[in-house]
Design a protein around this ligand. Structure first.
Ligand SMILES: [Zn+2]
Length: 632
């Protein structure tokens, strides 16, 4: 210990003695005892460093916070059909279960997980701009007053080492917040709350990657044990496994070796020089008591707020899922389905938490094309109190719970589908395709193991292999030869997207297809139809340019490689699209003849559009499943 450190320690001890002599001193009036405080910043649930959080909480009595920029609602769901806000709710629960194991306290900053993003630029824009993102993070730092911040996400924004755009934003804002949180001129309105004060974080650490060869890295050993003899790794893995909807309970060591090595951190920012200790992220920092600021209440429930009813109930189909998932402050679009296209009259009522707030009668004339119905209503104030938005904080307006109007639009759909087709559906974890088939009264049969193993499949004109069939339906992988024979004999298979590790190396398709991790994340990316005469774009629905407008989240994912040595040239490449300034393979829709039948591979994010009853997506979907079955 240097003289300087001894002086500092002495100064601290003197302060503690002085304060305890003073008794009820205001600094220590908080019920918090002197402790060190760590904060981990993550973009999504499961990005937190559970090993470090639990090691410091369990072995060093450090108070640990885990801050999530989003609830992960834009991801894929491996265990059920919840998406968007419903998925966010599920992941909030999983994250909180994981935090119970890790011993950390969690907060969500409430930014929207709008799906995979390649750039920080796009993410900042979608999250309300750099200043908004900075202010929200700085507020939490000023409220919780951490000594040390760690993050898995770095500030690199250029390939090949850049992470997800959301991760880039976390890295960039963490770096800037180190200075901004202590700067009293940055968002001074936050100081109206007496426990929000400029705060200087002492150290900011970044998780080191395989290529980081710095010598001065701080290590966290996964094999350290607590008094019960359990390793820190065992706690962190069982916490990670709580993220069921992300498949983290299925992680195995050989796929994720990085989980089983020590975690290394590099010092990114420091408010002054501290002694280096490779085994301690807090070296040179002394514990002290601090009064934390109040953070906004959690959103209690942002889902299932609206309910809709149609009378008489069977007159039309109203897709209200989208509205239920939306927070009230946004514009909402729903789709109106009138399969007969004949005139129909109905009453529509909207309820909010079982309280009827809107009621109106409608008549849709025969063959209507442009009858958009728009209605708007106000959220009752007493219910508005249930949702407290983080972005309303920390201004004074928050206390008034402003109630903007919500609107939605009913749109008639114009799609054609052949009534005579018969679909075999291999279902996995998502129910969208079944919902669509049901809504349009299309004949289908769910294919269970027995049917796949024994049934005469030739009675189906098309068999749909839904999302990630081969990962979630091992029975299908086992009996795959029967499916390939079904194609040879004149059947049509439409196979939806898989992840590369579900698929590569198993020869599931009649000719090779090798998947990459490439995707087109700009949902508005221009679509180039490469074979305009193909039946998929003409029959029974003509796909026009505008049918590609208004998609959500992304165009496609896990694109097959274009290289003919990886993906057979027997497949026609039907569509080309790319993110701005990029060049993705034209493989989001592949089609080939095989024997007397056909095989189609769909890497498009079609199910997300189908959920919204997107007209263009419905047209394409109906075209995909309308191919004739041999013999015609
Ligand atoms: Zn993430």
């Amino acid at each position: 210990m240097t003289i300087f450190q001894m002086f500092n320690r002495f100064k601290f001890l003197a302060l503690v003695i002085l304060l305890s002599l003073l008794g009820s001193n205001s600094v220590l009036r908080s019920d918090e005892k002197p402790r060190l405080v760590m904060m981990c910043l993550s973009a999504h649930p499961d990005d937190e460093d559970g090993l470090v959080l639990t090691s410091y909480a369990r072995l060093r009595n450090v108070k640990t916070y885990s801050i999530f920029f989003t609830r992960g609602e834009g991801g894929q769901n491996e265990i059920g059909s919840q998406l968007d806000a419903d998925l966010g709710k599920l992941r909030t629960k999983e994250t909180s279960e994981a935090a119970n194991i890790l011993g950390s306290q969690i907060y969500f900053l409430g930014f929207n997980d709008f799906g995979f993003s390649k750039t920080a630029k796009e993410t900042f824009t979608r999250w309300g701009g750099i200043d908004t993102v900075m202010a929200r993070l700085v507020y939490v730092i000023r409220a919780l007053k951490p000594d040390v911040i760690i993050t898995n996400h770095d500030t690199i924004t250029l390939s090949p080492r850049r992470q997800h755009g959301h991760h880039q934003v976390v890295g960039l804002t963490a770096f800037a917040a180190f200075t901004k949180a202590a700067d009293s001129s940055f968002h001074p309105e936050q100081f109206r709350n007496p426990n929000i004060r400029p705060w200087q974080v002492k150290k900011l650490f970044l998780r080191a990657r395989a290529w980081d060869t710095l010598s001065a890295l701080v290590n966290v050993d996964p094999n350290l044990t607590d008094s019960s003899g359990n390793t820190m790794q065992s706690y962190s893995l069982s916490a990670l496994a709580r993220h069921h909807s992300q498949g983290m309970d299925k992680l195995i060591a050989d796929r994720s070796p990085f989980l089983f090595t020590k975690h290394r951190y590099k010092l990114f920012e420091s408010d002054k020089q501290y002694p280096f200790d490779s085994s301690n992220l807090f070296s040179g920092i002394e514990p002290f008591a601090r009064q934390t600021g109040i953070l906004p209440e959690e959103e209690i429930d942002t889902t299932a707020v609206f309910s809709f009813s149609i009378d008489p109930p069977s007159s039309v189909l109203l897709r209200a899922d989208e509205m239920k998932r939306q927070k009230i402050q946004r514009d909402v679009t729903a789709s109106f389905v009138n399969p007969t296209l004949s005139a129909v009259s109905f009453d529509l009522s909207v309820s909010l938490d079982h309280q009827k707030i809107f009621y109106k009668s409608y008549t849709i004339p025969t063959g209507t094309k442009t009858d958009n119905i728009r209605l708007s209503f106000l959220r009752p104030t007493q219910l508005a109190k249930k949702i407290i938005h983080f972005d309303a904080l920390p201004t004074e307006q928050n206390s008034k719970f402003p109630v903007p109007p919500a609107t939605f639009t009913l749109l008639p759909l114009h799609v054609q589908y052949p009534p005579t087709i018969s679909i075999g559906l291999v279902q996995t974890y998502d129910k969208t395709v079944e919902d669509v088939l049901k809504s349009f009264k299309i004949k289908y049969q769910l294919l269970d193991s027995l049917r796949i193993a024994k049934e005469n499949l030739n009675k189906y004109s098309t068999i749909i292999l839904d999302l990630r069939t081969y990962e979630f339906r091992h029975d299908v992988a086992w009996y795959n030869a029967r499916l390939l024979k079904y194609v040879q004999d004149g059947g049509n298979i439409v196979c939806f997207y898989h992840k590369s590790f579900d698929w590569n190396g198993y020869n599931y398709s009649p000719y090779p297809i090798q998947l990459t991790t490439e995707r087109v994340t700009e949902e508005g990316a221009h679509v180039n139809v490469l074979v305009p005469g193909h039946p998929f774009f003409n029959s029974p629905n003509i796909i026009s340019k505008t049918d590609w407008d208004g998609w959500v989240q992304e165009r496609n994912l896990y694109l097959p490689a274009d290289d003919s040595t990886k993906t057979s040239p027997k497949y026609s490449r039907l569509l080309a699209m790319s993110d701005e300034n990029e060049n993705q393979p034209p493989t989001s829709l592949l089609w080939c003849k095989n024997g007397k039948g056909t095989y189609t591979y769909v890497a498009l994010a079609l199910y997300r559009q189908l959920r919204n009853m997107h007209e263009g997506a419905l047209k394409l979907f109906f075209n995909l499943i309308s191919q004739p079955k041999h013999p015609f």
